[in-house]
Design a protein around this ligand. Structure first.
Ligand code: CA
Length: 360
């Protein structure tokens, strides 16, 4: 009788009050105050990037004591990678996880917040975003789309790519069919190559069947995952086209504004932690994967000749100038980016670079 009475009483109470006396796990509130959806451009749980999205969602959940709960969706689970930007912009999802060059057809200027050939390294990029005007300019660019952008990962310097043709001079780019997206693709096109757009899972087959002769994907850890060493002879470096690719998180502005101040700070700072965490993870895993590629798979590692890098640098500058004409909003962004890059280079010449040469 007592038990029935209790159940009747509990049934008449609001759920939250009824649950208030129930045991809790850690600090986690049983009923989240905010349930968010995060759409991503990555295959579900993809090493590095997809896992980085999961890490961020979990971190926000834990830091908020369970008040924010985020469900993460892989590419095509809810929307296609190319639709992530619009989905979050329209408030159909509260968060998105990808990279700014995925929206290059919509917002060309966004590419400067992802990867710029001969641009900044991860360390320099983060310094520009947080301590230069970078983040402010990025927020300004996305404001009209009701989006708040943030860096939430970085690859560090990528590799130059996998080649089945030796690159001894710039002439060797002529007629080269290569998987290379974004501004890097525009650069090799200018030098007579034929850039091909393929998603990660299509690269192996295309190289194997000779549809392409070269492909860049990322760096050892992610490249080993695709098995590219089995279908290409030479592994060239450095990744002049992606010297520190920033992974992007976008938050719908209304969704962010609905959060109380403390939760806003948690979301913003969790993204900063995720940014650092991914770079650390990829750096550590690239170390190990490079060793495996060289010692176990006997991959032939090749540097691009200096003269080739010089020509790529000239062509990159020309491509960037063209980009500025395509999207006038990019002019102010690039000016800030380039000023910061020049300063960073002058400082890093006598610090990072000098030290790296000295320690050999
Ligand atoms: Ca890449």
């Amino acid at each position: 009788m007592k038990r029935r009475k209790f159940i009747q009483q509990a049934g008449s109470l609001p759920i939250a009050a009824a649950l208030a006396t129930a045991p809790q796990v850690g600090n986690a509130a049983l009923i989240p105050e905010f349930r968010w959806t995060m759409v991503t451009t990555w295959p579900k749980n993809f090493p590095g990037f997809g896992m980085g999205a999961n890490f961020l969602a979990n971190l926000i959940n834990e830091m908020s004591g369970g008040r924010i709960q985020i469900s993460v969706y892989g590419a095509h689970e809810k929307v296609a990678p190319s639709e992530v930007f619009d989905t979050v912009s329209q408030g159909k999802a509260e968060m998105g996880h990808g990279a700014a060059f995925y929206w290059q057809d919509k917002v060309r200027a966004a590419q400067f917040f992802a990867a710029v050939p001969f641009g900044m390294t991860a360390q320099e990029m983060n310094a520009w975003l947080y301590q230069g005007r970078g983040l402010e300019l990025w927020q300004e660019l996305y404001a009209e789309y009701d989006l708040i952008p943030a860096a939430c990962g970085n690859t560090g310097v990528q590799m130059g790519g996998w080649f089945n043709r030796e690159i001894n001079s710039i002439e060797d780019f002529k007629g080269l069919k290569m998987r290379i997206p974004g501004l890097g693709g525009e650069v090799v096109k200018r030098l007579g190559a034929e850039p091909v757009l393929l998603s990660g899972d299509e690269i192996f087959r295309a190289l194997e069947q000779g549809e392409i002769e070269a492909a860049e994907w990322a760096a050892p850890y992610n490249d080993v995952a695709l098995g590219l060493y089995k279908v290409a002879k030479y592994y060239y470096y450095p990744g002049w086209h992606e010297p520190g690719t920033t992974i992007e998180c976008i938050v719908n502005k209304q969704a962010m504004n609905q959060l109380p101040k403390d939760l806003q700070l948690i979301v913003t700072n969790a993204m900063k932690v995720a940014n650092q965490e991914m770079l650390a993870e990829l750096t550590a895993k690239n170390h190990r994967a490079l060793e495996v590629l060289l010692k176990v798979h006997k991959v032939e590692l090749r540097p691009f000749p200096d003269e080739v890098l010089e020509q790529l640098r000239v062509a990159s500058h020309e491509v960037i100038q063209q980009e500025l004409e395509k999207d006038p909003r990019a002019v102010k962004i690039y000016e800030s980016f380039e000023n910061f890059r020049q300063q960073a280079m002058a400082w890093h010449d006598v610090s990072e670079r000098a030290y790296m040469l000295a320690r050999e």
